[in-house]
Structure formats: structure tokens, C-alpha cells
Design a protein around this ligand. Structure first.
Ligand SMILES: NC(=O)c1ccc[n+]([C@@H]2O[C@H](COP(=O)([O-])OP(=O)(O)OC[C@H]3O[C@@H](n4cnc5c(N)ncnc54)[C@H](OP(=O)(O)O)[C@@H]3O)[C@@H](O)[C@H]2O)c1
Length: 259
């Protein structure tokens, strides 16, 4: 549903060619925002999905732009944000959604994998914040980071969890650090969502087969909380991480059923 607050505002969503990022893009476009989509790998299915999504959003009467950029590279992020401001003339919302991880224990990561993990999921997100601050400050902008339950619970094949924990702390820091610029910063911590990365995770984590269906989260359920954090209704929420997991993390033991 279109909402006055989002009309003519511009959202940049990193890693939005597919999965949760694509759902966030659709949700914000439906609310009235123009959208900048981003992906990393040129020439593959991600680019195809991104182009289709771009057309879908334009058919709603919104502006949309698909930009290839690797957030782990400072120059690439500079060009990403530069392309957004050149095309749309402004930036109101930054959604830090892109993530990339090997699914293996931390202690088994090769040096290259470890550096890529930190470069994309910690340093890359901070590059995005740094490069966007000037534009966001012009519009009392908002930043939302997409975290996961790995930030607070152990999973042997999910080294991304430690980066999510670090970023939840960055969210708190930036909420205070950017207060003077009237930029609000919060996070959404999602439970388990059946995206492409879930297909890999289920091969490594056989207990996933025992999780009841009602505890899985739909991409749009995360997207709707992102929309809330970008809306005036959340103006008193600062530096927080909202858990969206159907209560999966509420108790130590869940009724588990083999499907
Ligand atoms: N799936 C879950 O269960 C779950 C639960 C909670 C939170 N989350 C979080 O939600 C976010 C999206 O998850 P998802 O499952 O939808 O992911 P996904 O399907 O794996 O999609 C990841 C997106 O990020 C992009 N990306 C990866 N590395 C990038 C980089 N260096 N620069 C720019 N873009 C990059 C990918 O583009 P390419 O395809 O071109 O590489 C793709 O568009 C992530 O932050 C994830 O940790 C996921």
C-alpha cells in the first residue's frame, strides 16, 4: 500500500537482486519509494533477476536502477552511492542487506575466506555507511542493517554469525555517532528464511529438517519490519535490533518434528 512518507524517497538496498533484499525492494516500492538495486556478480543469474526486478518496480510507476558493485571494495561502494545520487538526485534510506559467507567452521576457514568474510560483512557495510552519510544527512535519512540469529546463537557452519554480532554493535555505535546528523540506525535480526543460502545450510545442518514449518520466516515478514524502521512510526527506536523469527529464539527447546 502506498504511503505518503515513502513517496519520492530513494532507497538503496545492497544485495537486492534476489532473496530477502529483493523482497525489501518490492515492499519499499509498493510503499511508494524509488529503489536502487545492487548485486555483485556480473553476467549471471543474479544480474538477470536484478534486471527483471527493476522492470517489475518500474511497472509500479517507481524509478528503479540496478547497479553492479562489490561492497567489499571501497572504490566500488563510492561509485555505487555516486550512481544513486546522480540518477535519483537524493538518498533517503540505506538498507545493508548484502552478505556472503562460506558455510564451514571458523577454525577451518582459509586466510582468503576469513578476509573475504570480514571484508564483505563488516568492512563493506561500514564503507556503505561512510559513503552514504553525506546524502542521508540531507534528508534525515535512515539506515537499517539485516542481521541474523547467528549474531547470538552458535552454528558450527555459520562463521557469518560473528560478523552479524559485530554489525549489531556497529548499529548501536552509529545510532549515537550519527545522531547529530539526524540519521537513525537500527537492525532487523531474521530467523530462518528459505532463500538460496538456506539450500546450502540445510545440507550442512541436518537438524533443520526437524524445525516446524511455522517457525520459518517469509522474506516479506523481514521486509515489513524494515519498512517500519524506515517509517515515522519508529522515530523513537534508535540503535536497536528487532528479532523477527516467529519466536524461534524464545526458548531453549522447541517441539521438533521430522518432516
Ligand atoms: N536466509 C536466511 O535464513 C537469513 C536469515 C536472516 C538474515 N539473513 C540475512 O539477510 C540478508 C540476505 O540474505 P539472503 O538469504 O536473501 O541472501 P542471498 O539469497 O544469498 O542473496 C545475497 C545477495 O547479496 C549480494 N551480495 C553478496 N555479496 C555481495 C557483495 N560483496 N557486494 C554486493 N552484493 C553482494 C548477492 O549478489 P550476487 O548474487 O551477485 O553475489 C545477492 O544479491 C543477508 O544479510 C543474510 O545474512 C538471511
Amino acid at each position: 500500500m502506498e504511503k505518503a512518507h515513502f513517496k519520492d524517497k530513494v532507497a538503496l538496498i545492497t544485495g537486492s537482486s534476489r532473496g530477502i533484499g529483493a523482497s525489501i525492494a518490492r515492499t519499499l516500492a509498493a510503499a511508494g519509494a524509488d529503489v536502487a538495486l545492487n548485486y555483485r556478480r556480473s553476467g549471471g543469474s543474479s544480474e538477470d533477476h536484478g534486471n527483471k526486478l527493476c522492470e517489475e518496480i518500474r511497472s509500479l510507476g517507481r524509478k528503479a536502477l540496478l547497479i553492479q558493485a562489490d561492497i567489499s571494495e571501497k572504490e566500488s561502494v563510492r561509485k555505487l552511492v555516486g550512481s544513486v545520487t546522480e540518477y535519483f538526485g537524493r538518498l533517503d534510506f540505506l538498507v545493508l542487506n548484502a552478505a556472503r559467507t562460506p558455510f564451514k567452521p571458523l577454525e577451518k576457514l582459509m586466510e582468503r575466506e576469513l578476509r573475504q568474510l570480514v571484508d564483505t560483512n563488516y568492512i563493506g557495510n561500514i564503507f556503505c555507511i561512510q559513503e552514504s552519510v553525506q546524502e542521508l544527512a540531507k534528508s534525515e535519512g535512515r539506515i537499517v542493517f539485516v542481521s541474523s540469529l547467528g549474531s547470538r546463537f552458535y552454528n558450527p557452519s555459520y562463521p557469518l554469525g560473528s560478523m552479524k554480532a559485530a554489525m549489531e554493535s556497529v548499529v548501536r555505535d552509529c545510532a549515537e555517532g550519527l545522531r547529530g546528523k539526524n540519521i537513525s540506525v537500527n537492525a532487523v535480526c531474521g530467523g530462518i528464511v528459505k532463500t538460496d543460502s538456506f539450500k546450502v545450510l540445510r545440507q550442512l545442518w541436518e537438524e533443520i529438517e526437524y524445525i516446524p514449518e511455522y517457525l520459518f520466516v517469509e522474506p516479506r515478514e523481514i521486509a515489513e519490519v524494515v519498512e517500519f524502521l524506515l517509517s515515522p512510526a519508529s522515530r523513537a527506536v534508535r540503535g536497536q535490533t528487532i528479532v523477527v523469527d516467529h519466536g524461534f529464539s524464545n526458548r531453549l527447546y522447541q517441539p521438533m518434528v521430522k518432516k
